[in-house]
Design a protein around this ligand. Sequence first.
Ligand SMILES: Cc1cc2nc3c(=O)[nH]c(=O)nc-3n(C[C@H](O)[C@H](O)[C@H](O)COP(=O)(O)OP(=O)(O)OC[C@H]3O[C@@H](n4cnc5c(N)ncnc54)[C@H](O)[C@@H]3O)c2cc1C
Length: 142
Amino acid sequence: MKPAKFDYHSPTSIDEALTILAQYQGDARLLAGGQSLVPMMNFRLASPAAIVDLNRVSGLAEIDEADGVVRIGAMARQRRIEFDPLIRQKLPLLAEAMRWIGHLPTRTRGTIGGSIAHADPAAEIPMVLQALAPASPARWIC
Ligand SMILES: Cc1cc2nc3c(=O)[nH]c(=O)nc-3n(C[C@H](O)[C@H](O)[C@H](O)COP(=O)(O)OP(=O)(O)OC[C@H]3O[C@@H](n4cnc5c(N)ncnc54)[C@H](O)[C@@H]3O)c2cc1C
């Protein structure tokens, strides 16, 4: 299976990515880990005119804490979140749930932001974050 023809862009900054997105007036898709988007394109369930690859944009994968808020960059890989010491300490449910998502190769490439944006109702990450919202001693933002 092959995707329909598309333009490929690999910006190195958020500003550049936003400029490219605007040029396509809603007909471009961001590429994170590609674990959902690429199969959808191969099955022709998605046929964007362009792909804007976020993998070379720096600063989107940080995990840190400030003022009691855990901040997880959209491009943080699921595999990293599974083992990150801050996540394990502050958001253990998220770390624990992560190992049940897909399998090693999909977690190695897949990102937290991609899973949230994809919004599959069967996906674990949005469900866990929803569950954490009222209960967690640490707040989070992604
Ligand atoms: C074999 C297999 C098994 C899987 N099993 C599971 C499972 O058990 N549980 C589960 O929850 N998921 C599962 N998945 C999905 C996997 O977790 C994906 O990683 C995830 O759904 C999408 O993450 P991604 O980073 O690969 O995003 P991509 O596939 O790159 O993108 C997905 C969508 O999100 C958009 N997007 C990505 N990043 C951003 C961003 N920063 N801002 C705005 N939009 C963005 C893209 O444009 C695209 O529309 C599986 C996938 C495969 C291939």
